[in-house]
Design a protein around this ligand. Sequence first.
Ligand code: GTP
Ligand code: SPV
Ligand code: MN
Length: 606
Amino acid sequence: MTPNPNENANSSPTSSRALRDWVNEVAALTKPDAIVWCDGSEAEKNRLTKQAVTAGILIELNQQKRPGCYLHRSNPNDVARTEQLTFVCTPNQIDAGPTNNWSEPVETYAKLRGWLDGSMRGRTMYVVPYVMGPLGSPLSKVGVELTDSLYVVLNMRIMTRMGAAALEQLGESADFNRGIHCTLDLNPERRLICHFPQDNTIISVGSGYGGNALLSKKCFALRIASVLGRDEGWLAEHMLILGLQSPEGETTYIAAAFPSACGKTNLAMLTPPAEFKGWKVFTVGDDISWMRVGPDGGLWAVNPENGYFGVAPGTSAKSNLNAMKMVEHDTIFTNVAMTADGDVWWEGMDVPAPDGLLDWQGHPWKKGSTDKAAHPNSRFTTPMRNNPAWSPSADDPCGVPISAIIFGGRRATTVPLVLESMDWAHGVFMGATMGSETTAAASGAVGVLRRDPMAMLPFCGYNMGDYFAHWLKMRGSIKKPPRLFMVNWFRKDAAGNFIWPGYGENLRVLKWMLDRIHGRAGGRETPVGIVPDETELDLKGLDLSKSAARDALAVNPAEWKSELESAGELFEKIGPTMPKELKDRRQAILHSLDGEAPVRQIAAGR
Ligand code: GTP
Ligand code: SPV
Ligand code: MN
């Protein structure tokens, strides 16, 4: 190994004394053999990639077929976020609220310090400075992750604007998120992901996987940032951001919250159906949105990230062509299957499983086996600019103006394809009562319905009742509020098949939203929101029967009553911080579901 001139704590490249002191302090505790300050350069990437291959952390894939691509196999006990091991450590438990795991900060720091003491002996500690948001934007924030994982460094390099540019943006300031990540021995007994919002600090130990270990993502950009947003008057959300350009050339930006593995990456870069000539979708972001009131009084959003950490299974040329193109080069795959010639494979890729496949754990995989070859939460890490649909506005320091916000879950029943809220508070109610079936993105049972308000249940860094109140309060500062919608791509028929074809066809639903926004479409007003008639949705060229379309759009009062009962249980659980306005809204909707004529036609422009 060639010696690195940076491998000396005293020669730190930062002019922030606070950063220098903190790095020295953590190094004194963890006692690494070397410290490397990452500069984000190509040379550094090449050097660290080589080291990772030599160490067996990365497997070089076929460089003719997939230049710059590598495979990582994580420890089989470490393949998804672990919500039960994720904590919000505020001095008072009420500030974390009943939907977060809480632990007392002084005790938690003491316990973690014990685990961290000498934990990097024989290892290198990498200092990873990064910017969340466009460089130079007043909306952006700096974080620094200290990690002993090369996999984390190489992923952070893709996922964030990492290196010298971040130190430059930080300057002499002491205002940065402090993230400490230590792999330990990957023993689940010594795995904890702890957030200290009052100190802008995260400590994650014992996991090397995704949202547990790439601290920029769920830990900083959502859990910590949601607290910053509460205090500073903005929103940090689990939302994609897309630009939808009409054939006339007008672009409308939409943000959408879906729980993990429920379709954000797919919607953010969808390919319009053939019938939608001249329509284009541009991706600003696929997972996280930071939104503030802009100078014009509208809501403006930036994507804090610089890359995508996307779900592999189900990704095919048919479902998501842009994703297939973007993972052709310079991508790190995690826990996918590997072909005999060093290429990748996963379920739902729409190419048959080849002979000689190795599964995600590196074992030979037999054709016809009921075991998955790729892990259901296998992923790719890809630079944003690899996406053919990448929107240059993703780099705009001002962000993009948001005209609509969508909430959506994975629901086999009850929730129609699309619903528009009556007003902001009703939209907040829709988001607050959202439910979704659990997925492989988090460890635990899959397919269990749970309330996941605004897709933030695992990611809100403070009391959920206060979070709802913050959303309600935001209305007061937004002069031109976006319209709020709810969608469900996942409703099933009696035979258990998805009714709606989904993916690119979802553009048809987005178009109805645009038509609503611009006063061109009507709908039916039901107690739970406005739904289009099947005649109001543009279904030209789609192989979907009239009755299937009706089923996709149906609002069944009996189903909705039990839906609202279940939402009521969440409201109860939240307790004293639960806003009265939302509780009253629930009562009012339940009441009108019992009414005589719960549905009325409304015209375009209303
Ligand atoms: P995270 O990265 O975990 O936050 O997930 P995500 O919300 O970005 O989900 P993603 O787009 O990666 O999709 C997750 C899974 O849902 C994939 O297997 C997709 O193929 C599938 N999926 C996405 N969109 C649709 C859709 O419109 N219909 C159906 N049936 N499946 C979809
Ligand atoms: C999610 O689970 O919502 C993800 C993947 O986007 S992770 O980075 O692991 O959180
Ligand atoms: Mn996500």
